[in-house]
Design a binder for this molecule. Structure first.
Ligand code: ADP
Ligand code: MG
Length: 246
């Protein structure tokens, strides 16, 4: 394997019954890289992310994390591994009965046994980073969708993840709120965070992505740096998809 891979996927396969959702997926994510995954609905993008962070058990193939074969991990090792990968969903999934600060403190305290004062300090630092320090004591329901998603990103960061996985983080947002979330993601990328981002935001993919992977029917049909992929897609399905969305 390339010695500098953070995640390496080899011939990854995932079936749901008869439905072959992922077929022979290969890919390498290096530290600090931003990989944007694009493709039509139903092509397996969410399933791919859920396999990457080991929420789903692959039917075949391998996922190596820092060179370790995750298929051979015990449940305890899988849990540790999942904690090192932050996930941000389309629907923000904040705990509605907890304040913003409590949302951020929860996992570091429960999982990492961080002292409450330290967790609070860390939470506030992260809220500042996403521009929401003044919202620490409110409940998620009083925030806009864009603000909730920025809190969700801060909450994922509270666990000091090795990599952040985003599944269409702006798809549920009103258009005027998309920019603020993408701006936070762009800053994270500039700070060196490793990210795999499933997105329909082609502007973001072009500007921030190191590579774009085009998925269709359970395959990654084309991988390239963004400008090459968007300007000169080689694969016919990619050409068709890109001509419709740009
Ligand atoms: P995308 O995110 O690209 O829209 P998904 O990964 O959500 O695609 O879905 C790909 C295919 O896998 C779809 O046919 C979907 O119905 C199927 N699928 C996804 N999750 C499950 C599941 N938990 N059980 C059964 N089928 C699933
Ligand atoms: Mg999806």
């Amino acid at each position: 394997m390339p010695s500098d891979a953070l995640i390496e996927v080899k011939k990854l396969q995932k079936n749901y019954g008869e439905n072959e959702v992922l077929k022979q997926i290969d890919g390498v994510v290096k530290p600090g890289q931003v990989i944007c995954v694009i493709g039509p609905s139903g092509s397996g993008k969410s399933t791919f992310l859920r396999c990457l962070n080991l929420l789903e058990k692959p039917t075949g193939g391998e996922i190596l994390f820092e060179g370790h074969d995750t298929m051979s991990f015990s449940e305890a090792e899988l849990t540790t591994m999942r904690e090192r990968m932050g996930m941000v969903f389309q629907s923000f999934n904040l705990f509605p009965n907890l304040t913003v600060l409590e949302n951020l403190k929860l996992a570091p305290m429960r999982v990492k046994h961080m002292a409450e004062d330290d967790a609070a300090k860390k939470a506030l630092t992260l809220l500042k980073r996403v521009g929401l320090a003044e919202k620490a004591d409110v409940y998620p329901s009083s925030l806009s969708g864009g603000q909730q998603q920025r809190v969700a990103i801060a909450r994922a960061l509270a666990m000091d993840p090795e990599v952040l996985l985003f599944d269409e983080p702006t798809s549920a947002l009103d258009p005027e709120m998309v920019g603020e979330v993408l701006a936070v993601m762009k800053e994270l990328a500039e700070d060196g965070m490793t990210m795999v981002v499933v997105t329909h935001e082609m502007g973001f993919a072009r500007e921030v992505g190191d590579e774009v992977w085009f998925m269709a029917d359970g395959y990654i049909l084309e991988k390239n740096e963004p400008n090459a992929l968007f300007n000169h897609p080689q694969n016919e399905r990619a050409q068709d998809f890109i001509s419709k969305i740009i």
